[in-house]
Design a protein around this ligand. Structure first.
Ligand SMILES: Nc1ncnc2c1ncn2[C@@H]1O[C@H](COP(=O)(O)OP(=O)(O)OP(=O)(O)O)[C@@H](O)[C@H]1O
Ligand SMILES: [Mg+2]
Length: 768
């Protein structure tokens, strides 16, 4: 159904104009068009991002153009472009360029799409189907068929002024050439991001022009029919269900109340990936075990938000009347009529309303002639009655998934339904990501349940499921828990990424760390959804990016110094980010402190910035902080040192790392001191002035040696190594008074390790 915004008339999906008043209707799948039309036209800062690129081209365009009259050829090409574009925009794609007869299409830009790779393949299959139909039509007019090939690849690009640059684009274009005629192929990367959604077949390793290594290419045949991410996870083996005892208990209690005729509604509320669907799925198993209960599921869709009553229409078709699209219209209407006759005998009006609601034509039950607004209300009433009547025989549980994507009409119906089921055997569980609270949550039969993050122990159980029980190195486990902060989806994806990376080497019953844990980045499976979350913030995105450079937490006053504009504007932007659950207020008060709710969101915002831009922002932050906070250099030199390092000003950074090391050493915080001093040492080679470099090195090594004594004790090899290095530096320069201190420490080291030979040699050397 396509609801007319002017007269509220329900039009069939295919209508572009209202059948009642002639008003232009919005395209219900027009994600690419309406949602970011304005943005797509405006200049946007260059950014790094993961993008999925579809390239679609004609096969044999030259012979075709020779075969046809130029005007007919032009018409055919225009038609092909129109057919393809319609499908592309319906899946959220953006036609970036026409390359000859080919189309270069982005999924995930200008607007991030949560599942861009999946949508791109659906669009590709859709184009192939649509061209088949279009060819049938043109062959009836005596024209030859148009044949196409499609290639899809996902990867990192830099998008500058709406043009993606990087190898990803070349690979997508080259892949297209590897596809069979009227076929669609994808790269291993796109396959990895869409595992489980499509039936694919490897067509082997293919050499692609201009690409160094041959690439395994996969042809996509069809969709597997999986409806949700959870369906796919189930096939691969779900993580053991952990925690959520009290949430599950609440769901069961309210189910019991509903079965006793006190219809209840539970709104499960929580961020993406927190486990709403999994909780409902676990609850479902209990209902399904009960032969005297019924369970029906309605799903909202991100791409049907402008389609009035979409989840209800699908619910009635697939779950209530069980009519598949394979049945013809007559068979469909017969099924609906016979079931309605059982539930509401002789209610002709009811039947005709429901048939019209489902856009199923039947000459015996013609649509009622009433005002559109009235009809809409009649539909809503009838659906509620239907639900109640179904519940009269056996208690019914209706699950409505993803309320954050539900269209306004279904939302309105839900508000009315919640009141109507108060004394009925109907139970509604609905899940949602953060939304503005609907008014009906205040009704007495509604419970709102917020899903909390999992505990560290629960998180570890999910990790161990992925490792099949094998122990992960402590530092890796620690990184996974801090980066994912109890969001099970993040835990699963990050663990999978780490296990599949070169960071770890699998041994018989453990793993060995090979690389640096700093290399743990955002899993590509989460990139699209994180970027989509950031893109939705459009006008406050810059604040998020600045925040990501400032650090995991920052104060209001710091942010205010960094961004142009009024204080009130900055505050409003931060408020919005708190509402969107991107940030939370860690400390309130006159100078509130904000923290990113997720390390991964911070990482996503940070990595979307060009490297050059990041560097510039770090430098701006360091300089502004140094100027504005007198005491900062004394109190937190490491903060300035960090921003100067990332900003590329090493002359400033090195002495600040040294100062930080010295401050921590005074309070014997040896671990902190060591890491600050090591940072300073690692940057020394950037200091050009020799004397200065030697002075810094000597001080850094002396303090570091002292800290090794504190943390590891005198007889540790690091002590000797560090003071020996310091001795070299001191001797390289003029004889410094510091040399005496170095020698003293080395002598103590030899004493403590009972290395009398070493002690003797050094003493002799000193005498000379
Ligand atoms: N309690 C849990 N124990 C173990 N695994 C869990 C738990 N909760 C969720 N998961 C796993 O985490 C992943 C994400 O969960 P789920 O799909 O339920 O999130 P969601 O909140 O519904 O997200 P979205 O808002 O995107 O729909 C799934 O693979 C699921 O199996
Ligand atoms: Mg879900």
């Amino acid at each position: 159904m396509n609801l007319c915004p002017k007269c509220h008339h329900q039009n069939p999906h295919s209508s572009n104009f209202c059948n009642n008043c002639g008003n232009k209707l919005s395209e219900h799948l027009g994600v690419a068009s309406d949602a970011y039309e304005s943005e797509s036209k405006s200049k946007r800062e260059a950014e790094r991002r993961q993008l999925t690129i579809l390239f679609c081209d004609l096969v044999g365009s030259t012979p075709l153009s020779q075969q046809l009259d130029p005007e007919d050829y032009r018409n055919m090409i225009t038609n092909y472009h129109q057919v393809a574009e319609k499908v592309i925009s319906s899946f959220g794609g953006y036609v970036a360029q026409y390359l000859g007869d080919g189309l270069l299409v982005y999924f995930g830009y200008p607007e991030g799409l949560e599942d861009a790779p999946k949508l791109s393949i659906q669009a590709g299959l859709g184009i192939l189907d649509a061209m088949k139909l279009s060819n049938k039509d043109s062959s009836s007019k005596g024209f030859p068929p148009i044949q196409i090939r499609i290639g899809i690849h996902s990867g990192l690009v830099v998008v500058d002024d709406h043009l993606a640059l990087g190898e990803t684009v070349n690979i997508a274009a080259r892949l297209e050439g590897a596809a069979p005629v009227n076929g669609l192929v994808i790269s291993p990367k796109t396959l990895q991001l869409t595992q489980g959604w499509f039936n694919v077949e490897s067509i082997g390793n293919v050499e692609l022009k201009g690409i160094a290594e041959p690439l395994e290419v996969f042809q996509v045949h069809s969709e597997t029919g999986a409806l949700t991410r959870l369906d796919i996870a189930k096939k691969r083996g779900l993580s053991p269900f952990v925690g959520r005892e009290s949430d599950l208990k609440l769901l069961m209690e309210q189910w019991k109340n509903s079965k006793n005729g006190k219809g209840q509604v539970v709104l499960l509320h929580g961020e993406a990936g927190i486990g709403k669907s999994r909780l409902v799925d676990t609850f479902e198993a209990n209902v399904m075990d009960d032969a005297n209960s019924q369970l029906i599921i309605a799903r909202s869709s991100a791409y049907q938000q402008n389609s009035a009553f979409y989840p209800l229409i699908e619910l009635l078709k697939s779950e209530v009347f069980k009519i598949s699209n394979k049945l013809n219209e007559k068979e469909q209407s017969e099924k609906v009529i016979s079931q309605l006759n059982n539930l509401f005998p002789d209610d002709i009006k009811f039947i005709s309303l429901i048939l019209e609601f489902l856009s199923i034509g039947n000459t015996e039950y013609s649509p009622l002639m009433v005002a559109p607004v009235l009809k809409r209300q009649m539909w809503m009433d009838r659906i509620t009655q239907l639900l109640i009547r179904i519940g009269n025989s056996n208690p019914v549980c209706l699950i409505i998934e993803d309320l954050h994507w539900t269209d306004a009409s279904t939302m309105e119906w839900l508000g009315q339904c919640v009141q109507a089921i108060d004394n009925q055997q109907v139970y509604i569980i609905t899940t949602t990501r953060p939304i503005d609270a609907p008014a009906w949550i205040k009704l007495k039969n509604v419970t709102v349940q917020y899903l909390e993050r999992l505990s560290v122990d629960e998180t570890m159980k999910i990790c161990y499921h992925q490792t099949k029980g094998k122990d992960l190195p402590k530092e890796i486990l620690h990184q996974i828990t801090i980066k994912t902060e109890g969001v099970p989806l993040f835990v699963e994806e990050l663990t999978k990424m780490v296990l599949g990376s070169e960071l770890l080497l699998e041994k018989e019953d453990t793993y060995e760390v090979l690389g640096s844990i700093k290399d743990i980045s955002i899993p590509s499976t989460l990139q699209d959804s994180l970027l989509a979350r950031l893109d939705r913030l459009s006008n406050v995105k810059e604040i998020v990016q600045m925040g990501s450079v400032l650090g995991r937490e920052f104060s209001f006053s710091m942010m205010d110094l960094m961004v142009p504009g009024e204080k009130s504007e900055t505050l409003r932007a931060l408020d919005k980010l708190v509402n969107e659950e991107i940030l939370y207020i860690k400390e309130s008060g006159s100078d509130a402190v904000f923290q990113f709710k997720h390390a991964l969101i911070q990482d996503a915002a940070y990595s979307s910035l060009l490297k050059s831009k990041r560097q510039q922002m770090h430098l701006q932050i360091a300089e502004t902080l140094e100027l504005s906070y007198d005491s900062l250099t004394m109190e937190q030199p490491q903060l300035l040192a960090f921003h100067y390092t990332e900003g590329g000003n090493y002359d400033k950074a090195v002495p600040l790392w040294l100062a930080a090391g010295q401050i921590f050493s005074q309070s014997n915080a040896s671990l902190e001191a060591i890491s600050n001093l090591e940072n300073g040492l690692s940057l020394l080679h950037h200091i050009n002035e020799k004397k200065l470099r030697n002075d810094y090195e000597l001080d850094l090594l002396l303090t570091l040696g002292g800290m090794y004594i504190v943390s590891h004790g005198f007889p540790h090899p690091k002590v000797k190594e560090t003071f020996n290095k310091a001795r070299e530096v001191a001797q390289r320069t003029e004889i410094s008074p510091k040399l005496a201190l170095i020698m003293l420490n080395l002598l103590s080291y030899y004493m403590n390790t009972e290395d009398y030979k070493g002690h003797h040699a050094l003493s002799k050397h000193m005498e000379e």
